[in-house]
Structures are given as C-alpha cells and as structure tokens.
Design a protein around this ligand. Structure first.
Ligand code: G6P
Length: 605
C-alpha cells in the first residue's frame, strides 16, 4: 500500500503533488509528506494523519521547487509519526517507498556499524542511507542507485531525488506497482494511473525488476539485469476529475446507493436480455474443457468468491476450490490440468491476490480476473479479464464492487453451466431474466432504508454482533460482519447458522444482537430453528427475510426483503448488511470512508 508520486516538472511541484496524493489517499492515510528540490537543495514537509494535516503544514510553511516527490502512508515499519513519515531524506537524497524491505535489519546493522544515525524506525530510511553511502563513496547517481537496488530484498516501488540534480529522478519496481507518466518537457512517476491522472495520460507500466532514470525530456528503462529495455506506452482512460460525493455524506453511502445503476451497467455488458443469452468477452480457452475452478481473493472479494462457489457447483456442476489469497500459494495447492484460476479484486493490485495469480500461472492454469481497475497489474497479467464496471470505488469498505463482482460471477456461472451442457437455452434465458430483475429490486430495498437505519442505530451500542446464515447466505453473513467491524469497530462475527451451537452460542445474552439472513425457502426453516435457539437464550434477533410473520413474536426486529429467485438473493441481501454497518458507523461517529488502520488497496503481504 502507500501511494507515491514524483514530478520532474517546470511548475511548482507541491500543489500538483497534493492533487495526486488526494487521489492516492485510498492507499493509506497514516501520514503524508512531500519533498522538493530547490536550488539543488532538498527540503521536505511531513505530517502524521490524513493529507489535510500536510496541506495545513504546507500552508503555514510553503515549499518551493519544480521537482518533487510525495507519499501517503499505510504504516508497516514504525508508528505513524512525523519521523516515520516519507519522504525519508539525508542531505543528499530523498526517497518515497511503497512496500517492505525484508532485509532491512541486516542493512541497518551494516549502516549503524558505519556510523549512520537514524531518525525513525522505517525500513525505507535504510534505503535513503544506503544510497547516501554509495554517493559518499564517490559513485555517480546512476551507479549509486543501481548498487543500492542490488542490496534490497522484498517488495518495493521507489521514487528517488538527488540533491544538486534538478533534471534527474529514479524509480524502481519490484513487487509493488510503479508507472511512468510522459509529459511535454516534464516526466512523472506514480503508483498508478490515478496518481498521474491530472498530469499525463501517456503511461508506461514498469515490469517487475525494472528501474527507470528520468529527465524532463527523456527516460531510460532498465530491467533487473540492468539491460536497457523498451516498454509499451499505453493511453490511460482514467479521468482527471476528482470524484465527489454528490448529495451524500460519505463516499460509502454514495456507493451503496449507486448499486442499482452499476449492477445494471455491469450486467448490461454480459447479458443480452432480448436474446436471453450470456456473452463473455473473447475467450482464450474453451469453458467446456474446464475441469475445476479455483477462486482466490482477499477481504470482501473473497466473500464474493465464496458466494460464487455455491453458484458454480450447483448450477454448472464444476468442482470449485476457494481460498484466501494470503494462504493460497503457501499451501502448495494441487492444480487440475487445464483448470481455471479466477481472481477477484476491485483494485487489481492486492499483493497477495497478485502473487496467487502468478503462482497459478506458473502452475499451468488458465488465469482469469474480475477487476474494477482495468489498467491494473492483475488485468494486465490475466489471460482473460472480466471487468466489473462499478466505476471508481473510493470508500475503503467495499460495497458496489462486491455486488458488481457477484453480477459478473453469476453471468460467468451461467456461461459455464451452458458450456458444460448442464443447462439448456431455456434455463439460460430464465437465469438472464432473473438477473435482469436485480437492479429494480435493489432500488426497492434502498428505498426502505429508514427502517434499517433505525435498527442500525439501536444495535450500534452493542459490543458484539453476530451475523448468521446458511448455504449461500453464510458468506453474506461473513461479509456483513466484516463490513460492520471495519467501519464501526464493533466486534462482529459471521457464522454458518448451524455451526453456532458448536461454540459461539456461548456469547449469546440479552446484549448480543444476532442478524439472521434467511430468505424464504431452501434452508430458511433450518436457519429459523437456529434463530429460535438464540432467542431462547435472550439473544436479540434481527431477521432479514421476505418471510411473512418473521420467526416469532418476541423477535427484536425484521427488515422485510422482497422475494426473488435463488440466483439474485445473495446480491440483494448484501444491501441490508451494508446499510446496517453504514448507519451503525454513522451513529458511532467513526470515519466511515477512511476507517482506522485500513487502506483500500493492500499492496504488501
Ligand atoms: C482491503 C479493502 C477491502 C477489500 C480488500 C481486497 O482490505 O479494505 O475493502 O475487499 O482490500 O481488495 P481488492 O481490491 O483485491 O478487492
């Protein structure tokens, strides 16, 4: 995580860097900082906390200079203090970094032995001091940078300025993304297309091991073996306009209420309602030959994968394996010959998911990804990209990307089932019609939001809340619990309703609300029995269901859902759990869009 920006420009760098950092804040907001070169000298301003703290510091104490590097941090090594904020600098160099230097301890010991004095605890400061040592030993800037890179192990994207060198900037990519932006008489470096959106749309995505030397009019890219290489220039479609909240109080709220529109937009790319068919983009392999599907993702995207497992196994009858990306590659998974590995990621940059994708590729799998950011690393490294068309998601807690991922996964399931001969054209058309109903039903649920808001305000004082569901609603229960804990800081767990009696039921008393997710039909009777067991122990049951009359008279509350077919109910039930979390967080007064300790894009292991 962490966002980085570098500008080798001909206008004051600070206002431009602040614009970029605003766009990058989704990558972390523990601290922010900028450094510039002016008259050959490095100067910097840093501030703990969100970007606005840095903006205020700069207003009081401006920083001139047309060359600059900037950073927004998600803390890994060292607390989010000013001393640990980037840029890290000596009198010779200033550096911003995204990633983790794994051998920083050994490097630091060697620098300490040489008499270096450290001001903070970060791994990045080690890089600044290593580079300074190389320069002090007489190396020219390029050689010094090369020699420094050669000593680093771990994951990093680096952007470097050197004192006295007003027409020079270095960048390097090893495990964390870095993009070169090409300007006219100016060049730039940034974590992603968003960082560079206001500066350039001509981008070069560095590959793993690449490093780059920039001047204002030129750039040279080298690979890991220090060989000059050519990398393609791509034209970014990311708009420079800052996304605003419209009439909403938070981005998360806006994104929740956008869901009928973006789900319709996403389904529109995959379904043909007139023909009653599903179309996937040009397939580089035949779905009929896929023996097994492996789904891998993190966070909310992982719960979308869990929902999809139920769909794919039930409708397409293809075996599915689902795993959390951070666990996947380390357990040495057994791949099926010709299997499909499908990765789900809003950002397309999550480090663990990307590493899992590369593992599957090496394992000979067909690699597909469902991403929201089209120019992302996962999209570029996949054989097949299934975009989700959610539009930019700014709130750290994912909402619309979840329902849009589910929309893609549902479409994919139908295509797979048809290719496998599990369903005929009539059944396909039935599923397509059902999916087409989702946006209108979602709008209906959102129109009743006062009811769920009232329930959320009531339960916001609880210390613990459980979400329970069975079958395909079990992952929705887990997503509800994740959403609630990440933005309201209320402890929450998502459980399979039938598993409750094997432990968590011990937590139940009159203070513990339990959110039961139980659409009528299927396993609902069994879930209702589990909810009865909770009420028998004075638990406060909140039922999300289309059932008439709820579970019992002494039930705490019910949010009445519309009735719908099995395929779309998980998409619909995502909404009330999002709204519950959102309004509980608002009631508690937390920072909904930037919850503590989190970041939107997690690019470290
Ligand atoms: C972070 C975000 C989550 C997100 C997860 C996976 O933890 O806070 O909201 O679900 O990363 O992100 P991805 O971009 O891979 O979907």
């Amino acid at each position: 995580m962490c966002g980085i920006i570098g500008i080798l420009g001909s206008n004051p760098a600070v206002p431009r860097m602040l614009e970029s950092l605003k766009r990058l804040e989704y990558r972390g907001y523990d601290s922010a900082g900028v450094a510039t070169l002016d008259g050959g000298k490095i100067d910097r301003r840093r501030a703990p906390g969100k970007l606005e703290a840095l903006t205020s510091a700069l207003a009081q104490d401006p920083l001139p200079g047309n060359v600059g590097i900037g950073h927004t941090r998600w803390a890994t090594h060292g607390e989010p203090t000013e001393a640990n904020a980037h840029p890290h600098a000596t009198d010779k160099v200033a550096i911003v970094h995204n990633g983790i230097i794994e051998n920083f301890k050994a490097l630091k010991d060697s620098l300490l032995a040489d008499g270096a004095v450290f001001e903070g605890e970060t791994d990045t400061e080690v890089v600044a001091r290593l580079l300074t040592r190389e320069l002090n030993n007489g190396a020219a800037p390029r050689e010094a940078f090369q020699a420094t890179l050669a000593q680093l192990e771990g994951a990093f994207a680096l952007c470097v300025m050197i004192a006295g060198e007003e027409n020079l900037m270095f960048g390097a990519r090893e495990g964390s993304p870095l993009v070169v932006g090409l300007g006219t008489g100016e060049n730039y470096l940034g974590s992603d297309a968003m960082a560079l959106a206001g500066l350039s749309n001509r981008l070069i995505y560095l590959e793993e091991g690449d490093w780059v030397e920039l001047s204002r009019d030129d750039y040279q890219i080298f690979d890991r073996a220090n060989q000059l290489v050519a990398r393609p220039v791509s034209i970014s479609q990311v708009a420079a306009t800052m996304i605003d909240k419209g009439n909403h109080r938070h981005f998360m709220q806006k994104e929740i209420y956008e869901q009928p529109t973006v789900v319709a937009q996403t389904l529109g790319r995959y379904l043909d309602p007139n023909a009653g068919t599903v179309r996937l983009p040009g397939m580089p392999f035949d779905l009929a030959d896929i023996p097994k599907v492996t789904l891998v993702a993190c966070g909310t995207s992982f719960y979308a994968a869990q929902v999809a497992r139920y769909w794919i196994e039930k409708i397409a009858r293809v075996p599915v394996e689902v795993d959390i990306a951070s666990e996947f590659r380390y357990r040495d998974p057994v791949y099926a010959d010709g299997g499909l590995a499908l990765f789900i990621s809003q950002s397309g940059e999550t480090m663990d998911t990307l590493a899992a994708l590369r593992h599957a590729k090496e394992g000979g799998q067909h690699v597909a990804s469902i991403v929201n950011v089209l120019g992302s690393t996962m999209a570029r490294e996949s054989d097949l990209v299934l975009p989700m068309h959610a539009g930019p998601e700014v709130g750290v807690a994912s909402t619309k990307a979840f329902t849009c991922s589910l929309s893609v996964l549902a479409s994919f399931t139908i295509a797979l089932a048809e290719a496998k001969g599990q369903i005929d054209a009539e059944a396909v058309s039935g599923y397509v019609n059902e999916l087409e109903r989702a946006p209108a039903l979602m709008a209906k649920i959102l129109a009743n939001d006062e009811e769920i808001e009232a329930i959320a305000r009531d339960i916001a004082t609880a210390q613990d809340i459980l979400f329970v569901g069975r079958g395909i609603y079990f992952p929705i229960a887990m997503e509800g619990a994740l959403k609630l804990k990440e933005i309201s800081y209320i402890h929450a767990e998502g459980y399979a309703a039938g598993e409750l009696k094997h432990g968590p039921i011990a937590l139940i008393d009159e203070h513990v609300p339990v959110i039961g997710i139980a659409p009528n039909g299927g396993l609902s009777e069994k879930t209702v029995s589990n909810l009865q067991e909770i009420m028998a122990r004075k638990g406060k049951v909140v039922l999300l269901s289309d059932m008439e009359g709820g579970v019992a008279d002494d039930m705490y509350a019910q949010f009445k859902m519309p009735s719908a077919g099995d395929l779309i109910t998980p998409i619909l039930y995502a909404l009330p759990v999002q709204l519950l979390s959102y309004y509980a967080a608002v009631e508690k007064g937390t920072d909904v869009d930037m919850p503590r300790n989190l970041a939107k894009s997690v690019t470290v292991e």
